[in-house]
Design a protein around this ligand. Sequence first.
Ligand code: FCB
Length: 478
Amino acid sequence: MIDGSPDYRDFGLEFPSDFVFGSATASYQIEGAAHEDGRGPSIWDTFSHTAGKIVNGDTGDSACDHYHRVESDLDLMAELGLESYRFSIAWPRIQAEGTGAPNEKGLAFYGRLVDGLLERGIRPIATLYHWDLPQALEDRGGWTNRDTAYRFADYAHHVGEALGDRVSMWTTLNEPWCSAYLGYGSGAHAPGRMNGADALTAVHHLNLAHGLGLVALRDVARNDPQYSATLNLHVVRGEEEPRSEESRAEAIRRIDALANRAFTGPMLRGEYPADLIEDTAGVTDWAFVQPGDTALIQQPIDVLGVNYYSTVTVRMWDGVSPRVNADGHKDMGGSPWPGSEHVEFLPQAGPYTDMGWNIAPDGLEDLLVDLHEQFPGLPLMVTENGAAFPDEVVDGRVRDVERIDYLRRHFTAAHRAMQRGVDLRGYQVWSLLDNFEWGYGYTKRFGIVHVDYETQQRTLKDSAHWYRELISSRRIPQ
Ligand code: FCB
């Protein structure tokens, strides 16, 4: 038993000196400058410009205008005392159509960003793919086309050649679960397809891209960086009073297979789980997995990135009552759960963030401990955790007490996991800035820094001041 507050509201807990405190963003969510310096269109440009896809018809055309404000945003990071900055590279800035020679202006932008980080003593953590696939590749099948994985490797090679002497940690993919299932299954994310077989095909080609991308990066990197992938592993819980123990276990197993083991299987064990193949047999025969693929996908990584926000609670549907589907994702008509559409997602106990996601710091502790037990010796990093609340600037100040509480509780959870033996290397708060929250546009504010989208003025929220204190003292502040 670990001592501490039963609701995870601890303070004073100390983090080790080599624990890396940072913050995270993603290219399409903050950069803007959608048509500048040779950037081609991505699937998110197309999707956000399609009527009805994004709340208020918002797009990432201007976003936080970070592309033009990179110097002052870097100063902001230094002011916060960040030790690392996790950003993503927009593939269509490097290759407008996803193929061919790299665009020097695109590479130069990220070069300036990385240099600016290093000058300020901030470690660059670069993600190659945070969902902005060049539209030209989608036109050729996107992630349902095996060739996209090879194009990704070429892209990784170009980026690695340009930045492979300075980036501290490389992440191949951010949340391939979202790319595959929300992009090709549910239709909530770009490219907005709604087909279960396409979603599972995308799962495999994303996994393949991860493996090929790592090979390409290792080939050209010159500064002995760390390599990683970031997954949004689902913390899947069963009903408290299930109809039967078997159905409870079955619901958990199915969602764990689709959401988690579809990625950790090939990436960390070199195989797809047999039960996943069986569960989805009515959707696809998995013929897209070619001999040698899973061995290729299972490249060594130094750190597994974990994004965590909340839990899900599942049960098998009785086939009669209206199916409950509170899985936390926007319903656009399709299903992100191919072959397991008869699993229900139950509403969960609050409190909730502005996304409607339940706040459950124990879920983070459980997830980290579970991963440590499943994959002993694999270091972990929280690559995203944070919360949206409807913040307002009043007299120059944002009193986001709920976000501070959220962060306090999740840092406590991380600390407890470390006390239980988890090798946790760091924590990247999502997000540095309020930004374009995908299907929700600018209506959800995740930043520890407030952005006024009219003036592009940045205001440090109270949570940013709290985080600065945590970083400088290495203890969870009062
Ligand atoms: C994650 C995404 C990130 C952000 C947060 C809230 O799924 O990786 O871009 O949207 O959710």
